[in-house]
Design a protein around this ligand. Structure first.
Ligand SMILES: [Fe+2]
Ligand SMILES: [Fe+2]
Length: 188
């Protein structure tokens, strides 16, 4: 394996390990979040988001296994604790803070999967790209949902809204030349 490819392979594993634990924390945080919300449609949407995060985690674990790796035990423990703690805090932190925090985090998640897709290309794992970009697109929808929730909330006089991501269609733009990604079968 050439040095640059080997380096991209290692960086991809690092990013996916981070994403894997991030999904664990997100899953537990959203479980607490939807349970703390009283509006039925909002509860249902956050509940669906929770399910999508668990699905992402399954996919990421599969990708890590394909790369001959797996989640970091230390990171998993830490993020399990973070997720559980946020899940509990959602019941006492009011309505705005969990929505705002989730939106900010989702914005980060889009970039994380875009970064993973770029590394997959660099490392020669072209078949992983479509799956990573699909997860970035799902995170984009999550970010939009939370941003719309807090729009025009009076607390935005204190908290600044994060920079909105570019349009969803731009996620795939850097890969326009790749005709067939060779999807990771049956994972998405
Ligand atoms: Fe996710
Ligand atoms: Fe998400």
């Amino acid at each position: 394996m050439a040095a640059a490819v080997s380096n991209a392979h290692k960086r991809l594993i690092r990013v996916l390990r981070s994403a894997c634990s991030g999904e664990l924390a997100a899953g537990y945080a959203y479980r607490g979040h939807w349970k703390s919300v009283s509006s039925e449609p909002t509860r249902e949407r956050i509940r669906a988001i929770e399910a999508e995060e668990w699905h992402h985690r399954t996919i990421v674990r599969g990708l890590l296994a394909d790369l001959g790796s797996g989640p970091s035990a230390k990171r998993e423990t830490m993020f399990w604790l973070i997720g559980k703690t946020i899940g509990i805090l959602c019941h006492i932190g009011g309505w705005f803070i969990p929505m705002y925090g989730a939106g900010r985090l989702e914005s980060w998640n889009i970039a994380e999967y875009e970064h993973a897709a770029a590394l997959a290309r660099e490392a020669g794992y072209v078949h992983m790209i479509d799956c990573l970009l699909t997860m970035a697109e799902v995170e984009w929808e999550h970010e939009r949902f939370f941003r719309e929730q807090i729009a025009r909330h009076w607390m935005l006089r204190i908290f600044h809204v994060w920079q909105p991501p570019p349009p969803k269609a731009t996620i795939r733009l850097p890969y326009a030349e790749i005709q067939s990604f060779g999807r990771v079968a049956a994972r998405i």
